[in-house]
Design a protein around this ligand. Structure first.
Ligand code: FES
Length: 149
């Protein structure tokens, strides 16, 4: 549901990018930074203002893995799947954590690509907190401490 602050945000995007729909991807990243995902109602309103079909915008943005269209769950584990991490434990860690949290709807396990700390593999984000040289036990302990708060 659109609120005043949403409309102000959309207007700020239109202004920032001079109402130029060729900057849709950049606008998508700005939406992601603001909301943590791409809310449908925001994209619909943006499309109205840019005079482009929603289906076209959705199709363009959904091409990129970075754009998520569902509200994130409470805790997001983002495991680096870049080359260094992949070959040094990330692959197993992804499988282990997906299995461990498969019944927990509050924890989302996802993957990203190279968080620029390649020598300290595997690299994992738990929400906004980076964990270097991660392993399953450390991640679970971190999440348990966040859930208690
Ligand atoms: S490959 Fe994982 S941080 Fe670069």
């Amino acid at each position: 549901m659109l609120e005043e602050k949403d409309l102000e945000f959309i207007d700020s995007l239109i202004k920032k990018y001079n109402n130029d729909k060729t900057y849709l991807i950049e606008m998508g990243f700005d939406i992601l930074n603001e909301y943590g995902y791409i809310p449908k109602y925001i994209l619909q309103e943006l499309c109205k203002k840019l005079n482009i079909p929603y289906s076209e915008a959705f199709s363009n943005l959904s091409f990129f893995n970075e754009f998520k269209f569902e509200k994130p769950k409470g805790i997001k584990i983002n495991i680096c799947n870049g080359i260094s991490c992949y070959f040094n434990g990330a692959k197993e860690l992804i499988d282990e954590l997906k299995e461990y949290y498969k019944e927990d709807s509050n924890v989302l396990v996802s993957t990203g690509y190279c968080f620029k700390c390649c020598a300290q593999y595997p690299v994992v984000y738990v929400n906004d907190e980076i964990i270097l040289n991660a392993n399953k036990e450390v991640i679970i302990e971190k999440i348990n401490s966040k859930i208690k708060i």
